[in-house]
Design a protein around this ligand. Sequence first.
Ligand SMILES: Cc1cc2nc3c(=O)[nH]c(=O)nc-3n(C[C@H](O)[C@H](O)[C@H](O)COP(=O)(O)O)c2cc1C
Length: 339
Amino acid sequence: MNDPETVQRNAVRDYYETGSGAEVTLHANEEAWQSLRFRPRILRDVSRVGTAIDLLGASLPHPLLVAPSALHGLGHPDGERATARGAAAAGALMVLSMRSSVPAAEVGREMNGSPWWYQVYATGRPSVALTLTQQAVDAGASAIVLTGDTPIVGRKRRATPGIVANAMHVENLRRTVDPSITAADVTQDPSATLDLIRALADRYRVPVLVKGVLRGDDARLALEAGAAGVIVSNHGGRQLDRAIASADALPEVVAAVDGAAPVIVDGGIRSGVDAMAALALGADAVMLGRPILRALMAGGSDAIRALLDQMRTELVEAMQLVGTADVDQLTPDLVVRSK
Ligand SMILES: Cc1cc2nc3c(=O)[nH]c(=O)nc-3n(C[C@H](O)[C@H](O)[C@H](O)COP(=O)(O)O)c2cc1C
């Protein structure tokens, strides 16, 4: 079982699955959704269920989105191209990570007219992030997601040093930005502030969402600083271990935003039932991280499409059983936290 291919595959799986620290938040994310219980309504007409949403100008058939995650090339030879094909086939908006293993232009082609967004970090050499973002916007990215919870990269519990390097990302940057780029050029910039939101919005003229929001006051500050939406996230338990579970942070953020902008949530969402709970608590859409990466490794674009189709079916069935015919009628009174 120790052949090099197996060792590499296990290392990639560890890299995808790991959380930071003692992985308390990693597990808390899933547990927090599961601790919610529903208060179904009965004898409502649920013969037809609507899941379509509008999100910052994008008309989507359902509210299940692909979260930005790094290095899909480790999990599948086609990398993010495979993810894009699967997402587009299932009508899911994909957020492409700046730490992609393939150029944004290729992902844009695979999305084939379906909406997709581009996620950026503040990097040590700002010109790298700016060039990449320009390329993504030119390739059709219709919004920017600024990830704000990564002033430094959280120390991962199960990352095998040396086996899963950033090499693919850097290689992609050398091809698409500048042949002299090194890993140091794309380290995080811990001095970045909320001012970056307005700078990005002014420069690229597309909506900027801020990802990693876990507090109501931060959501307000992000909106005041020019954000067009917020994403409630603790980075899938990969940044501050023991950060609050995203299901627990969501109601406070929804209350603070008070309908002024879309609120998206990710972290531990594993089923259509989890997604329904998030929507009932006020999220406009949900994003999936590891489920997409697992499907990518298992079967590329077809498996990603099958996963998204299944979760959409689960969402429809859950809505029928909870007695709600449209996603915009999912309300907090449908949910209660179990003791
Ligand atoms: C392997 C991996 C890589 C990730 N890379 C990024 C990234 O490049 N940018 C980012 O904003 N978030 C990144 N994330 C966080 C995801 O966008 C998302 O917040 C998280 O995976 C959601 O939790 P879930 O995996 O439980 O669904 C990454 C997550 C994983 C698992």
